[in-house]
Design a protein around this ligand. Structure first.
Ligand SMILES: CC(C)(COP(=O)(O)OP(=O)(O)OC[C@H]1O[C@@H](n2cnc3c(N)ncnc32)[C@H](O)[C@@H]1OP(=O)(O)O)[C@@H](O)C(=O)NCCC(=O)NCCS
Length: 199
């Protein structure tokens, strides 16, 4: 039960030196180049179960290499969820594209931390970043083997578009989601409640 400490901001909050709670905890922050080994490990751990369903080039492009990870950190904002020891438990990258469109790539959570709430927190952090960058919508691409990811994105407001790209020999389905308030005047009141869904 939380103690009733004064929270008027006069005292600097005292950091507890007690042991970490049993509940899994993590911190989400921007990655730096120092995180590259951890990001690569996390990607490999998350995507390894799907390796056989990927073309070799598509798999390599997904789990990145030290070089492509460095390029990604240079071209996108890469977020990492880390535990107290600095182990990367999850990652996602975000970038503002043309015409206020945001793009997400490389979402992955270590199997040990899937289904814990970490993935929604990471996604939320990336979406808030894109919203601050004035993105009105966000897209991402995903491949057919990643069924758990498809469910995750649909639960989080993404819908499949008609666009499919080629990802190193694999169809890449493009999902999209609205972000933030529309810039243009909305349709008259009472409309726009039923989103159109497509299988
Ligand atoms: C995609 C990914 C990031 C989603 O993360 P996640 O932790 O699996 O997603 P969720 O938090 O929604 O949890 C998923 C499952 O756990 C369940 N779950 C969530 N929180 C739970 C909880 N507290 N207790 C029990 N179950 C829970 C959900 O119901 C869901 O089950 P379902 O998919 O069978 O319906 C993760 O699965 C992953 O890294 N996958 C491999 C890489 C990948 O596909 N990346 C996407 C690239 S496009």
């Amino acid at each position: 039960m939380p103690s009733r400490r004064a929270r008027d901001g006069r005292k600097a909050p005292q950091r507890s030196r007690t042991r970490a709670p049993l509940r899994p905890t993590w911190r989400i922050r921007r990655a730096t180049e120092d995180d590259i080994p951890g990001v690569l490990e996390c990607l490999r751990a998350a995507f390894d179960p799907y390796r056989d369903q990927y073309t070799p080039i598509a798999f390599r492009a997904t789990v990145l290499t030290p070089q492509s990870a460095r390029q990604r950190i240079g071209s996108m904002v890469v977020f990492v969820a880390v535990d107290a020891r600095g182990t990367v438990l999850g990652t996602v990258s975000a970038r503002r594209g043309a015409r206020g469109r945001g793009n997400l790539r490389g979402m992955a959570v270590r199997p040990s931390h899937q289904g814990t709430g970490l993935a929604p927190s990471l996604l939320d952090r990336a979406l808030r970043h894109l919203a601050r960058e004035n993105c009105e919508s966000v897209t991402l691409g995903t491949t057919a083997p990643l069924r758990r990811a498809l469910r995750f994105y649909e639960r989080n407001g993404f819908a499949r578009t008609r666009r499919t790209l080629d990802f190193f020999g694999m169809p890449l389905a493009i999902y999209s989601r609205h972000l933030g308030p529309p810039r243009r005047p909305a349709a008259p009141t009472g409309s726009g409640r039923t989103p159109r869904t497509k299988a």
